[in-house]
Design a protein around this ligand. Structure first.
Ligand code: AOF
Ligand code: ZN
Length: 368
């Protein structure tokens, strides 16, 4: 069966997707070399610092690359980073045509890779499965455009939108499959963030517990403007993951700061804005510390602060087939009460699927 550009690009996207969560801060990239209808090379970027996708594909193809078509999910790079420019390699390998899914927004590349290849007389087609490629690298693209981490809001609730009883009891809203799904997601992000209220109420460990393969433990970020964290909290006494406590510059408890630092905790000071921690400044600082994405796991006030400031980039929601009711039961977003439906934050549902007994819904804020 004759394969199309889209078929080969889909293969390149699938290769790239298999490395999601492993390449931070780099994007995921896949490459496929095809000559006379035969796949002569494939490659993917596996990890930052390791060769780019194209390098693996060209290594596999050897001399067969000459006259072939290269399918690549992201514009080949034109800069000397941790590795030399792929665009030079593309030119040297004498491919006949290059098909690119989407341009690289990295200011070091940004069209230069494509131009370099075109200047060598090689035809370049851009935009095949572009939407899929943009979605796949949503985290990287957000990083490049904003110099901030990509923020994901995650919560589990009952069908009637409750996350806990009035006294805070929340074990277990979702079933086992949904819970292990959460651990897989934690395994792919750089950081998990919660408010001090959640640490005091639940004393969570905030680590990944995956049995199947090595769990990477994201950095734990705790919002604690008054440094109320109890010294016996699990997040301070488990060494599998680093902990960053975000507090206010007006905090003067230097003794507690020192005690926490001696426990290996990083203290990040940020300004206050409207009597709350300035989340935008915090995101700027966390990005400088190398954090490219953050899973925000509550509680309701923290969620509401991110929501109110328009800082949530994606929603992951687990809905359990349970009804809790009760006017004092807890809901995922607290904050101020609005007066009109017109003020609601509007989302688009991206997908939904059943996980065991629960529903798993992915949504994005509508572009304004
Ligand atoms: C590609 N193919 O597989 C990847 C690309 O530090 P370096 O040398 O690894 O460069 C990282 C940058 O290269 C990254 O930010 C992005 O712009 C590009 N990534 N480019 O052609 C790849 N991973
Ligand atoms: Zn490259």
């Amino acid at each position: 069966m004759l394969k199309t550009d889209r078929d080969y690009m889909q293969l390149a996207l699938d290769l790239a997707a298999s490395a999601l969560g492993n390449t931070n801060p780099n994007p995921v990239v896949g490459a496929v070399l095809v000559k006379n209808g035969v796949i002569v090379g494939t490659g993917l970027h596996r990890k930052a610092g390791e060769p780019h996708a194209e390098v693996h594909a060209f290594n596999m193809a050897g001399e067969h690359a000459e006259g072939a078509t290269l399918y690549v999910t992201l514009e080949p790079c034109s800069h000397f980073g941790k590795t030399p420019p792929c665009a030079n390699l593309v030119v040297k390998s004498k491919v006949a045509r290059v098909v690119v899914a989407t341009r690289d927004p990295n200011p070091e590349v940004a069209g230069r890779g494509i131009r370099l290849i075109e200047d060598a007389g090689i035809k370049v087609d851009v935009g095949v499965l572009e939407e899929e490629a943009l979605k796949l690298n949503e985290r990287f693209i957000h990083n490049m455009l904003t110099s901030r981490p990509f923020v994901i809001s995650k919560f589990a609730m009952t069908l009637d939108g409750k996350i806990a009883t009035q006294n805070g009891h929340s074990k277990w809203i979702s079933g086992e499959e949904a819970r292990s799904h959460v651990h897989e997601i934690r395994n792919k992000v750089d950081a998990i963030l919660v408010g001090i209220g959640t640490v005091i109420a639940d004393d969570p460990q905030l680590t990944t517990r995956l049995k199947t393969y090595d769990g990477k433990n994201p950095i734990r970020v705790i919002l604690d403007s008054q440094l109320r964290i109890p010294l016996e909290a699990k997040v301070l006494n488990t060494t599998e993951a680093k902990t960053i406590i975000v507090t206010s510059t007006s905090n003067v408890d230097s003794e507690k700061v020192e005690t926490l630092q001696n426990k290996g905790v990083t203290i990040l000071f940020v300004e206050k804005k409207a009597n709350r921690l300035n989340l935008e400044q915090m995101l700027d600082e966390l990005y400088k510390l190398g954090i490219t994405d953050i899973l925000v796991e509550g509680g309701g006030e923290v969620n509401a602060s991110f929501l109110r400031e328009g800082l949530i980039n994606k929603y992951l929601v687990y809905i359990a087939p349970k009804v809790l009711g009760g006017k004092n039961s807890k809901t995922p977003f607290l904050g101020e009460d609005l007066q009109s439906m017109d003020e609601a934050i509007e989302l688009n549902f991206e997908s939904y699927e059943q996980l065991g007994q629960d529903l798993y819904v992915v949504a994005y804020p509508k572009k304004r």
